[in-house]
Design a protein around this ligand. Sequence first.
Ligand SMILES: NC(=O)c1ccc[n+]([C@@H]2O[C@H](COP(=O)([O-])OP(=O)(O)OC[C@H]3O[C@@H](n4cnc5c(N)ncnc54)[C@H](O)[C@@H]3O)[C@@H](O)[C@H]2O)c1
Length: 260
Amino acid sequence: MRDWAGSTAFVTGGARGIGLGIARSLAKRGVSLALADVDASALGQAAEELTRLTEVRTYELDVRDRERFEEVADETERELGPVDLLFNNAGVVPYATAEQLSYDTWDLVLGVNLTGVINGIQAFLPRMIGRRAGHVVNTASGAGLVADPNVPYVTSKFAVVGLSESLRLSAAPHGVEVSVLCPGPVDTDIVGNTGALHEGLALRDDLVPVVEAFLRSGPGVDEVGEMVLAAMEAGKPWIFTGYDAGPHIEARTAALLDCL
Ligand SMILES: NC(=O)c1ccc[n+]([C@@H]2O[C@H](COP(=O)([O-])OP(=O)(O)OC[C@H]3O[C@@H](n4cnc5c(N)ncnc54)[C@H](O)[C@@H]3O)[C@@H](O)[C@H]2O)c1
């Protein structure tokens, strides 16, 4: 059993959704929390809830902002001590198929979902390597293992899976573990949050009910938080959230092997 108490975690997109679910599970185990998000009011609510359980700091941070990320990393370690658990989780989900692709969508999705993860790694990994301790969990998606037609989102998530698998190999000799969270549907407001945060990149009206119903078919964020910590304890490279991705992964692998 891992001894969580005494650790410090940094969670991006920690104000809501899956990030908040992970933060709640960590708080229950006595982990000090640094929550970073672009949404100041959601951060305030999360802090109010979690300070009843553990020490919490919140930081307004756009994960695309490299300089601010470094500042916040310094501030977190000054206030809460060395960060040994890093959750690069902030993400958005604009929907764009072949005929809808635009530079704006590419920049947004790759900026938040991929560069945001890279910025987290650059801010904290050297410190973890220096201390020979740490666990990085990057949030990708089932869409990072099996493609669907949402091109920029799938691109960003395949990249996060590849980054995580490679970093796992590369960081292990330095005593740093890496896992990648590949959620299936999880009951969050990511569709509405993406539209609210990034005007013009909201999901097409007719698709909203379909996608939201799919997300509601998945577990809630508290359940996901517990799944993430259990998988970390078990040393799993890939973390799943109850959705049966098996048949999709098998079909993809069979198609790949067919082309060999
Ligand atoms: N909900 C799902 O079904 C699902 C499935 C697969 C993958 N994911 C991934 O899980 C992660 C979390 O998603 P969620 O469903 O909890 O969404 P959510 O919208 O509930 O939470 C995401 C949080 O990230 C924050 N955020 C967005 N852009 C940011 C930025 N530039 N900088 C800092 N914070 C930012 C938002 O304000 C929000 O609080 C994302 O990476 C998403 O792609 C979610």
